[in-house]
Design a binder for this molecule. Structure first.
Ligand code: NDP
Length: 234
């Protein structure tokens, strides 16, 4: 059955790949974008996920155009990497606001309708860093680990109501986020990936596609690694 899906941060990288995957399987897909040009081919809503009023408007616009959100992908994310002793309060807070606090309101807005209809799928795009930690990423790792605790708690709250809440934990994925890293750091990370290459965003999208499918109704509170084996043992 075609569903209404909303991908937060769906204008590039992993989010855009997820939007394409969900559209290819027949969903009515909305994406949020923060600025610039919206991606072609989708119903796009402008929204900075750190602004609660913008998130509320985004949900209202999607609801009016495509119907209530049945599949929510919480994907918008940033890094502000620095060793803790040089990290500013703003670097910490901005990463938490973008990656974690946005999940709180987005899931709250989405679950209202899902509970009414007795069906819903939520996926948070976390990271292997949530489990392993990473130098310079105390803020990012805290936000990504927070997403997992959040997802599992919400999963328990709504498990009996036809709604699943899961996380994917991508490893090193070929997007602008990784392109912004120094080359020696990228090579160091690549050396830790058993598969020996970065993930294509489409490979993360396929995992999100599965977790948001009808077939995945008995999977909730899970963290699915998409990391070329880098996280084995966590
Ligand atoms: P990109 O930097 O390519 O894309 C990030 C996306 O998030 C963009 O769409 C961006 O919008 C959006 N975004 C950031 N801040 C905000 C905001 N305040 N409001 C609205 N949208 C915002 O990153 P990726 O595609 O690589 O990352 C997507 C997700 O995957 C993130 O949560 C990231 O942490 C996670 N991840 C990525 C990994 C990787 O190796 N690439 C590994 C593990 C997890 P805009 O274009 O306006 O900036």
């Amino acid at each position: 059955m075609p569903r209404t899906s909303l991908v937060l941060g769906g204008n590039r990288g992993i989010g855009l790949a997820v939007a394409r995957h969900l559209a290819d399987r027949g969903d009515r897909v909305a994406v949020s974008y923060r600025g610039g040009e919206p991606p072609a081919g989708f119903f796009a809503v402008r929204c900075d996920v750190t602004e609660p009023e913008q998130l509320k408007s985004a949900f209202a616009e999607v609801n009016a155009e495509l119907g209530p959100v049945e599949v929510l992908v919480v994907n918008a994310g940033i890094t502000r990497d620095r060793p803790l002793f040089t990290m500013s309060q703003e670097d910490f807070d901005e990463v938490l606001r973008t990656n974690l606090s946005s999940a709180f309101l987005a899931c709250k807005l989405a679950t209202r309708g899902m509970l009414r209809r007795g069906w819903g799928r939520i996926v948070l795009v976390s990271s292997t860093v949530a489990m392993a930690g990473a130098v310079g990423q105390t803020n990012y790792a805290a936000s990504k680990a927070g997403q997992i605790g959040f997802a599992r708690s919400l999963a328990r709250e709504v498990a009996g109501r036809g709604i699943t809440v899961n996380a994917v934990a991508p490893g090193f994925t070929d997007t602008d986020m990784v392109a912004a890293m120094p080359e020696d750091r990228r090579n160091e990370l690549l050396a830790q990936v058993p598969v020996g290459r970065m993930a294509d965003p489409a490979e993360v999208a396929a995992a999100v596609g599965f977790l948001t499918s009808e077939d995945a109704g008995y999977i909730t509170g899970a963290v699915l690694p998409v990391d070329g084996g880098a996280g084995m043992g966590h």
